[in-house]
Design a protein around this ligand. Structure first.
Ligand code: PMP
Length: 414
């Protein structure tokens, strides 16, 4: 097989929160296809919208307008909280990040950017240039000149153990030090409100509001990368940036993953003044194609009509409590953290504070043997199990997944 898979699992179909493999085994999908299945697998409304649109016109290209694209852009512009917002669609999160960086650097006429340590923003040449972890960047060369700021991780680094207010003050001082080292303007700060691949970790609420005050002094743009945190995933808010909202929305917001429910939809929404830097209706051949936009609209309608962000908040909070209580005595779990249905289980060598990636590998396998698919992340080495199921997860399914995961962790600890 000309593909890189060590232990392939061939999926054939899905329904709700479950998927099936080629041998007929059923799995609870606790990772939602890397957070892409936002509502549910094979959601009938999305399947119908895709089939109907595919029967009319699959793709007219970004050269021409199409109604589903106009409607989805209007919905996202309004939901973004950014006044007089404009939207560009892309076919992936990486492309959305690339576009945001292109816009910010063009608008500010600078290729200096700020990014967060431990961040992940994709694998294109400019996206790896703001990805704050060597392990995820195949090259240290980049067209961007990037400075990395503290703030995404609270369990390690020089500010570990500080209270919220002290942590924020220390990160702001770090940001000011970095800015003092720059020559000429800095284009933007790009940051995930909750770091995704980094292990579902974040600074305290209010961190980016504090950063934003400093950035505003020099006109530096704030790009909130909501590829993982968007669409109510964090339960409390529709976007991750809203946990930091005291002084308003970001200048640019990147989105992808969940909105297409598995169809390739990404994009940037932002202030018109910045978005006008590109003649962007022809930015990407596949961005905004009719079929993917129709999927996005049907999916968004379903999400809002069923208040799935509210469901994520309720079911997620109970799941976090359940996992905390049931894993406290395993010795393996430093922390169960997260909000909504974005939950990280941080594994350490028993009796130490040392990340334990091997335990994550074994727990992932053991969970799969028990019929539950989870993700992993965290640096260094991937010691965090990541739980991010479709936002329609029921309480009974949360219990099904928790029981399997706890049993898997106990087997690893034994
Ligand atoms: N930004 C963030 C925050 C992500 O988590 C990812 C993907 N994991 C990307 C960008 C890149 O998205 P994609 O894989 O769709 O290109």
């Amino acid at each position: 097989m000309p593909l890189y898979y060590e232990r392939p699992l061939e999926l054939t179909h899905g329904e709700g929160r479950h998927v099936w493999d080629a041998e007929g085994n059923r799995y609870l999908d606790f990772f939602g296809g890397i957070l892409t299945t936002m509502t549910a697998h094979a959601l009938p409304e999305v399947a119908r919208a895709v089939a109907e649109q595919a029967g009319r016109l699959v793709h007219g290209s970004t050269l021409y307008l199409n109604r589903p694209m106009v409607e989805l852009a209007e919905r996202i512009a309004e939901l973004s909280g950014i006044p007089d917002a404009r939207v560009f669609f892309t076919a992936s999160g990486t492309e959305a990040v690339d576009t945001a960086l292109l816009l910010a650097t063009a608008h500010r006429r600078s290729n200096q950017v700020l990014a967060m340590r431990n961040a992940y923003h994709g694998r294109s040449f400019s996206a790896v240039g703001v990805t704050g972890n060597r392990g995820w960047s195949p090259t240290s060369l980049s067209p961007l000149h990037t400075l990395y700021v503290h703030g995404g991780v609270r369990t390690r680094g020089p500010f570990a153990g500080l209270g919220d207010a002290e942590f924020i003050d220390a990160c702001v001082a770090d940001l000011r030090d970095l800015l003092a080292q720059t020559r000429g303007g800095v284009a933007a700060l790009i940051a995930e409100p909750v770091q995704g691949v980094g292990g579902f970790t974040s600074g305290p609420d209010g961190l980016f509001a504090a950063f934003r005050d400093v950035l505003a002094e020099e006109g530096i743009l704030w790009i909130s990368d909501e590829v993982q945190t968007g669409w109510g995933r964090t339960g409390d808010h529709f976007w991750g940036w809203q946990a930091h909202a005291a002084n308003g929305p970001p200048d640019l917001l990147t989105f992808a993953k969940g909105i297409g429910n598995g169809m390739s939809v990404g994009g940037v929404v932002g202030r018109a003044e910045v978005m006008n830097c590109l003649d962007a209706h022809s930015l990407s051949t596949f961005g905004g194609s009719q079929v993917t936009m129709a999927a996005g609209l049907a999916n968004l309608d379903h999400l809002l009509a069923h208040d799935l962000p509210g469901n994520a908040r309720r079911v997620g909070a109970a799941l976090i409590e359940r996992l905390r209580a049931a894993t406290a005595d395993t010795g393996l779990v430093r922390e169960v953290r997260g909000r909504g249905l974005m939950i990280g289980v941080d594994l350490v060598r028993p009796g130490t504070d040392q990340p334990f990636p091997r335990a994550a590998t074994l727990a992932l396998e053991a969970a799969r043997e028990r019929g539950v698919l989870v993700g992993r992340g965290g640096a260094p080495g991937g010691n965090v199990l990541r739980i991010a199921p479709p936002l329609s997860l029921t309480a009974a399914e949360a219990e099904e997944g928790a029981a399997a995961l706890v049993s898997a962790l106990r087997a690893v600890a034994a």
